[in-house]
Design a protein around this ligand. Structure first.
Ligand SMILES: [Zn+2]
Length: 324
């Protein structure tokens, strides 16, 4: 099961806790019938930070589900962490890495979006850390403050343990569309690219001068984009265009390998091909369900090397295209 299937479950959780649990147990049951469900522990590995630019590091996800690629940007006077990992244990791993590359007491944290593996480590950050968020992230933040991470904590005993002491707080600084953060000698531009790409609060972090962008779940390499109930093709295409306009040399997605803008051309081609097939099937009177089934079969075969999950990431895309 991919991180973003879990993200979708959590979205439901935010809206209706009980409904989400029912859906989740149904999903687990149906999945278990096909393949035994094994979660590798979603732990960030310490010690492996990779330097991407003069001021920029990434702690790679090593392709582990529910582990994000975590960014660390170090200026002359302050340090920014991008995404917190799942729960305090992961956040402490990040902070140990931060201490190796920076000695600043001034620490900022931002999340690429508010799905749990990106935000639930917040409580472990030292008092005085400045939490910056796009305004569009606030409803989900408020949801976590009110209800915690109960839905995800039930996914497995280990995840439950990781989330035991997880807590989210209100941001110290909220921006509408854009905020340029000064870390001393290096600026990071935070831009909100929601609300209809991966999630309502999608936020990217552009490290000016280093040519690096932390793109959240907007630029996956070798995998299908993760459509949630708020996702549309237009939303993703607009996000791709903005990322391209920024001309970064290095694109760090939330999950999967660090790459370049070339991934966006691949994603556009896939979406265009799928849109064409969905429209063709629709014009013959094929229902939403039949169309989705056909598209899942076809695109699983068409993209044999793309990482996919059980049930899979293709169906929600096909459904969004069907609704166009
Ligand atoms: Zn997500």
């Amino acid at each position: 099961m991919g991180a973003c299937m879990l993200c979708r479950m959590l979205l439901l959780h935010l809206r209706a806790f009980t409904a989400a649990l029912l859906a989740m147990s149904a999903l687990l049951t149906s999945t278990a019938a096909q393949t035994p469900l094994v979660y590798p522990p979603p732990l960030i590995q310490g010690g492996g930070a990779v330097q991407l630019g003069r001021h920029t590091w990434v702690m790679p996800d090593r392709d582990v589900t529910l582990v994000p690629n975590v960014g660390i940007v170090v200026g002359r006077t302050a340090t920014l962490v991008i995404d917190t990992g799942m729960g305090s244990r992961n956040a402490r791993t990040i902070l140990a890495e931060v201490a190796k590359v920076s000695r600043h007491s001034r620490l900022y944290v931002v999340v690429t979006h508010t799905h749990p593996e990106h935000i639930s480590g917040l409580a472990a950050f030292p008092a005085g850390t400045i939490f910056i968020a796009a305004k569009a992230q606030q409803p989900e933040i408020a949801g976590f403050i009110e209800r915690g991470f109960g839905g995800m904590a039930r996914m497995s005993p280990f995840i439950g343990e990781l989330l035991q002491d997880a807590a989210v707080r209100q941001p110290d600084l909220v921006f509408d569309r854009e905020h340029r953060l000064d870390l001393g000698g290096v600026h990071v531009r935070l831009e909100w690219l929601g609300p209809t790409a991966h999630s309502p609060g999608d936020t990217i972090a552009v490290v000016e001068g280093d040519g690096v962008v932390f793109a959240g779940d907007l630029a996956p390499k070798g995998r299908f984009p993760s459509f949630t109930p708020s996702s549309t093709r237009a939303g993703y295409l607009a996000a791709f265009s903005r990322l391209e306009a920024l001309k970064p040399a290095v694109v760090v997605p939330s999950h999967g390998p660090t790459s370049s803008l070339a991934v966006l051309a691949e994603q556009r081609m896939m979406l265009e091909a799928m849109r064409g097939r969905v429209q063709a099937l629709k014009s013959t009177g094929s229902t939403r369900e039949t169309t989705t089934g056909t598209i899942v079969d076809e695109f699983t075969r068409r993209y044999p090397t793309w990482r996919n999950t059980v049930p899979n990431e293709i169906a929600p895309i096909a459904q969004a295209l069907f609704a166009e």
